[in-house]
Write a protein that binds this ligand. Structure first.
Ligand SMILES: Cc1cc2nc3c(=O)[nH]c(=O)nc-3n(C[C@H](O)[C@H](O)[C@H](O)COP(=O)(O)O)c2cc1C
Length: 183
């Protein structure tokens, strides 16, 4: 249960955004420990917890990660990256589990005044395989993405390249029958 009032809490959820620019300040260890604890408590199908988190702070390793996806370049500016390795055993439920997990990492970072952003890796040798090799992740695991964490740079707001709006409520909600609108 949220300890803040519901409107403040849902505003925080609504305002959560992808952060792509960070200051050089490192993430305190106690904050990292809290974020990882939130991550490990994420629910998963049959409570399988099919994940392993590799915390990366070494700049040359982060550089490799930043080159492993078409839009992953921003990772290079982060002081810390959590690479999410999934078990690779359940192709239907694991992507769902991973989405929940990523979002919780971002929310936990946000609660500590940090910014976070997902970086997606390319398939095959240019992306996933390269990341696995660099970090010693077993072959059978799946590595789709990493979450960068750090203190957001003030310029981040202006640096967003993707239009940040959302579809209108009637475009995405129906009552009772598809396409009827939200009221
Ligand atoms: C599965 C997934 C993969 C993403 N991959 C990237 C990425 O590689 N690089 C990036 O800059 N943003 C990435 N994003 C962030 C989205 O672009 C972002 O959430 C979306 O544009 C909405 O922007 P906002 O969160 O700032 O409102 C990804 C998001 C998701 C859910």
């Amino acid at each position: 249960m949220p300890t803040t009032d519901p409107i403040a809490f849902t505003r925080q959820l609504r305002e959560l955004r992808q952060t792509r620019r960070f200051t050089g300040q490192s993430v305190p260890e106690d904050v990292l420990a809290d974020i990882l604890d939130v991550a490990r408590w994420t629910g998963s199908a049959k409570n399988t917890q099919p994940w392993h988190f590799i915390v990366v702070t070494d700049t040359s390793a982060i550089q490799i990660l930043s080159e492993a996806g078409q839009f992953a370049g921003f990772l290079a500016g982060a002081p810390l990256v959590i690479v999410v390795a999934m078990a690779g055993k359940s192709p239907r439920s694991e992507p769902y589990d991973e989405g929940r997990l990523s979002e919780r990492i971002m929310l936990a970072a946000d609660a500590h005044g940090l910014g976070a952003g997902t970086g997606w890796f390319a398939p095959g040798a240019a992306g996933e395989e390269r990341v696995k090799h660099a970090l010693g992740i077993p072959d059978e695991m799946r590595v789709l993405q990493a979450v960068a964490i750090g203190y957001p740079d003030d310029a981040d707001q202006r640096a967003r390249t993707v239009i940040g709006g959302r579809k209108q409520i009637d475009e995405v909600v129906s009552r009772g029958r598809f396409g009827t609108g939200s009221r």
